[in-house]
Design a protein. Structure first.
Length: 131
C-alpha cells in the first residue's frame, strides 16, 4: 500500500516535490528493486536547465546519500563509498553526529575510504577508520 501511495503521489499533476520520488526510491531499494530505485532517484534530482529549481538543492544533496545506500545494497561498496564522500563534501557544515553524516561515514568506512573523524566545516569530511 505504501508503494502504491508514493507512486500515486509522484504521478499527481502540479508542483513537483522530490520527497515523493526519494521515498519511492527508498521503498524500492528496501524491496530489492535497486535498478528501479536508481532510475527514479536519477530522474527526480536531475536539474532542469530551463527551470533549475534551486529550492530542490537540499534534496539533491540528500539524494547523493540515498544513492550511496542503494549502491551499498547492491554490493557496490567502492561506488557507495565514493558517493558517501561526495555527499559529505556537499554536507560539510553539518555536525559530525548528524544521522546523515554518520550514515555516510559508515558507508565510506565500509569501502575503506577514510580513517579520521569528520570535523564540522571541513572541506573533506574525514571518516572513522573501519574496525
Amino acid at each position: 500500500p505504501a508503494l502504491e501511495k508514493l507512486t500515486e503521489a509522484r504521478n499527481l499533476e502540479g508542483y513537483s516535490y522530490t520527497i515523493y520520488e526519494m521515498g519511492l526510491a527508498r521503498a524500492m531499494m528496501q524491496m530489492g528493486q535497486t535498478s528501479e530505485a536508481q532510475a527514479i532517484l536519477a530522474e527526480s534530482v536531475s536539474p532542469d536547465l530551463v527551470e533549475p529549481r534551486l529550492d530542490l538543492e537540499p534534496q539533491r544533496v540528500m539524494s547523493i546519500l540515498l544513492g550511496a545506500e542503494i549502491q551499498r545494497s547492491e554490493g557496490e561498496l567502492q561506488k557507495a563509498g565514493s558517493s558517501a564522500l561526495q555527499f559529505l563534501d556537499r554536507f560539510d557544515l553539518s555536525e559530525p553526529t548528524h544521522p546523515s553524516a554518520m550514515l555516510a561515514m559508515e558507508i565510506a568506512a565500509e569501502a575503506g575510504l577514510a580513517n579520521a573523524q569528520k570535523e564540522k566545516g571541513s572541506q573533506w569530511a574525514a571518516l572513522p577508520s573501519k574496525q
